[in-house]
Design a protein around this ligand. Structure first.
Ligand code: UDP
Ligand code: MG
Length: 312
C-alpha cells in the first residue's frame, strides 16, 4: 500500500516542522511501502514556502506545489489531490487542529474496506463561540435542505481511497465543497471521532468573508432549496395580494369606505419589494456560479512544484 498526505498551507511558517514531525512519527508506525507528503502552498506571504522547500531538500518523501496566488483552502486541497499518487490519501490541515495521531486509526478502518473515513469532531477547542455556533447550525441547515447526506460536524480531515480521488477529478465544478462532493461520491464511508485541538501557531486563514463564500458554495452546489423558497414565497405573496385586491374592491364599491390606506399600502409595497429583491438575489447566486463554470478557466495555476506535471 502507498500513502499520500495532502496538506494545504497558507501562512503556516510556525506549524510546518511540528506537523511534519508528528506526521512522520505516526506514519512510521504504519506499514506503507511508500509515503509522500504533498504541501500545497496557497500563496503564503510568510516564510512557509522556504520552510517547505528546505524540508523537501532534506526529505525525499516531501513534495511541494506552489500555487501562483491564494486560491483558497478547497482549491489548494484539490491541487494536492490532483497530483497525489498514493492508494490511500489523507487530507489534513497544517495547523495541527487535526491530530496526526488519528491517522493510524483512520488507516486501520480504511483497510477494513472503506473508501472514505472522515474524522468527526466531538469538541472544538480554541475557537470562538461565534465560529462554533455558526458552523454547528450551518451543517444542520445544510443537512436539512440537501438530498446528499453531508456528515455534520466534519471538516476535510479524512482518508480517501484512490477511486474517490479519481471520482473527484471527474467533477469539474469550480465551487469546490469537497466534504459535500465526497459524500455525493458514495462508496463505503465511515467515520472516527476526535476532539479538535487549538491551532498551534499563527492565525486562521479563514476570514468571515471566505467562510460565507464557502457556506454559499456548499448550499448552492448541493441544494436548489433556496430557489424553491423564492418560488414558494412568490406564490404565497401573490395569493395574499389577490385576497387583498378583492378586499380593496369590495370596500371601495360595496362598503364605499376607502380611507387613504397609506399604512397598508406602504407595508405591502415594501414587503413585496423585499421578497422580489431576495428572490432576485438568490437567483443571482446561482447565475453567478453558472457563469463561473461556463468560463472554464483553470481552477488554479502552479508557479513551481516538485511533483510531476499531471494532466488535471
Ligand atoms: N488554508 C489555505 N488557504 C486559505 C486558507 C487556509 O490553504 O486561503 C489552509 C490553512 O493553512 C490550513 C487549512 O487550510 O492548513 C485550514 O485553514 P484554517 O486553519 O485557517 O481554518 P480554520 O481551522 O480556522 O477553519
Ligand atoms: Mg485551523
Amino acid at each position: 500500500m502507498t500513502l499520500s498526505v495532502v496538506i494545504p498551507v497558507y501562512n503556516e511558517e510556525g506549524n510546518i516542522i511540528p506537523l511534519f514531525e508528528r506526521l512522520s512519527a505516526v506514519v512510521s508506525t504504519l506499514e506503507f511501502d511508500s509515503v509522500e507528503f504533498i504541501f500545497v502552498n496557497d500563496g503564503s506571504v510568510d516564510s512557509t514556502l522556504d520552510t517547505i522547500k528546505k524540508l523537501h531538500s532534506s526529505k525525499v518523501s516531501v513534495a511541494y506545489i506552489d500555487l501562483s496566488r491564494n486560491f483558497g483552502h478547497q482549491i489548494a486541497v484539490t491541487a494536492g489531490l490532483d497530483r497525489s499518487v498514493g492508494e490511500l490519501i489523507v487530507i489534513i490541515d497544517a495547523d495541527l487542529q487535526d491530530p496526526p495521531e488519528l491517522i493510524a486509526e483512520m488507516v486501520a478502518k480504511a483497510q477494513t474496506g472503506f473508501d472514505v473515513v472522515y474524522a468527526r469532531r466531538r469538541k472544538r477547542k480554541g475557537e470562538s463561540f461565534l465560529k462554533k455556533a455558526t458552523a454547528k447550525y450551518f451543517y444542520r441547515l445544510l443537512a436539512s435542505i440537501t438530498s446528499v447526506d453531508i456528515p455534520i460536524d466534519t471538516g476535510d480531515f479524512r482518508i480517501v481511497s484512490r477511486r474517490v480521488v479519481e471520482a473527484l477529478k471527474q467533477m469539474p465544478e469550480r465551487e469546490k465543497f469537497l466534504r459535500g462532493q465526497i459524500a455525493w461520491i458514495g462508496f463505503n464511508q465511515t467515520y472516527v471521532e476526535y476532539d479538535r485541538d487549538e491551532r498551534v501557531a499563527g492565525d486562521t486563514g479563514y476570514t468571515w468573508r471566505k467562510m460565507i463564500r464557502f457556506a454559499l458554495d456548499g448550499i448552492t452546489s448541493f441544494s436548489n432549496f433556496p430557489l424553491k423558497m423564492a418560488t414558494i414565497s412568490g406564490f404565497v405573496m401573490s395569493f395574499v395580494s389577490f385576497l387583498l385586491m378583492l378586499y380593496a374592491l369590495y370596500s371601495r364599491f360595496i362598503l364605499k369606505v376607502y380611507e387613504p390606506g397609506w399604512t397598508s399600502l406602504m407595508l405591502s409595497v415594501l414587503f413585496i419589494g423585499g421578497i422580489q429583491l431576495l428572490s432576485i438575489g438568490i437567483i443571482g447566486e446561482y447565475v453567478g456560479r453558472i457563469s463561473n463554470n461556463v468560463k472554464q478557466r483553470p481552477l488554479y495555476l502552479v508557479k513551481e512544484s516538485s511533483t510531476k506535471e499531471l494532466e488535471a
